[in-house]
Design a protein around this ligand. Structure first.
Ligand SMILES: [Zn+2]
Ligand SMILES: [Zn+2]
Length: 301
């Protein structure tokens, strides 16, 4: 076999070069080889660049489904208005947690039989109005909202408090209220030690920041331990919560926005608002993320 005039000498040359280079490669250099280092620098620079460009373009990651989305007002407008700017939820998750604007009692939030009915007081509130000055809630307990609340309350994920505080702050009425401070329904020390955090306080913290109001969780405390109220009716819950809260003298003459995660019969909120009024609070407005319908009405199965 004969080599061509160009292939033969080149092939032999490469073989010899490799043999000659072998002892030189065996000798280890004190300095690391530059290519892995340069490759690492390039990949770090690329990652930082993507992060920076992503921030500039308004990219965010949904706290619920982890999808990447844009939180600019123009994108949020498709999901539910200009308030969606800065949203921790993607448009899909946000639209699955609709705000209840009609079809409920404006005093206690009890949903009417039909969601399109205008706001009208329920029979219970006509007989005896609740002690708070106004009630604000985002939506009915169910679907994705129920899932987020359960993640916050029972799965040790306090970070969802911030997301729900943002959701609650989208209520335009809350921004019009004349309020001096924000507080939260406190947990008893025993339950706080078990859970590690107060879910209502996590929501209140984000809401107070969003409304630029001072947060004062110390003005209200649990004076006695109350057993969980699951399965109790309205009267039993009221009896269970009697004298459960004590407010400090710091609330005298103050207008307070009191935050809780869920309102079921309102027995807990009534007891807390009563304690604040006893201590001399001028006005108490209640804000909850979700309203549970009595007898399970309005809660999707
Ligand atoms: Zn999502
Ligand atoms: Zn009512």
């Amino acid at each position: 076999m004969s080599y061509g005039p160009e292939q033969g000498p080149r092939a032999r040359c490469m073989h010899r070069e490799r043999e000659q280079q072998a002892p030189a490669q065996a000798k280890k250099s004190f300095f690391p080889r530059p290519w892995p280092l340069l490759r690492l620098c390039a990949s770090t620079a690329r990652w930082l660049g993507q992060l920076f460009v992503g921030r500039i373009r308004g990219e965010r990651r949904c706290v619920l489904c982890h999808a990447v989305f844009f939180s600019f007002p123009r994108d949020g407008a498709e999901a539910g208005g200009r308030g969606a700017a800065g949203s921790p939820f993607c448009p899909g998750c946000l639209s699955s947690m609709p705000r209840r604007e009609k079809g409920h009692c404006p005093l206690c939030g009890e949903p009417a039989a039909w969601p399109e009915l205008p706001l009208a007081p329920c029979i219970r509130c006509v007989k005896a109005a609740p002690p708070w000055d106004s009630l604000h809630f985002h939506g009915l307990y169910g679907g994705q909202l129920r899932r987020v609340l359960r993640l916050l309350k029972f799965v040790n994920m306090p970070q969802f408090g911030q997301a729900l505080g943002w959701l609650l702050s989208r209520q335009p009425e809350l921004r019009l209220l004349q309020v001096d401070l924000v507080s939260a329904i406190p947990l008893h020390e025993k339950r706080l030690a078990r859970r590690g955090y107060n879910q209502s306080l996590e929501i209140a913290r984000a809401l107070a920041r969003s409304l630029s109001l001072p947060l004062r969780p110390d003005v209200l405390r649990r004076s006695r331990y109350t057993p969980p109220q699951v399965g109790f009716n309205f009267e039993a819950r009221q009896q269970n919560m009697r004298q459960a809260f004590t407010a400090t003298a710091a609330v005298r003459g103050q207008r307070i926005l009191l935050v809780d995660d869920i309102l079921t019969t309102g027995a807990t909120m009534r007891a807390a608002v009563g304690a604040l009024h006893e201590a001399g609070a001028l006005a108490v407005h209640a804000a909850v993320v979700s309203r549970v319908a009595r007898h399970g009405r309005g809660v999707p199965v």
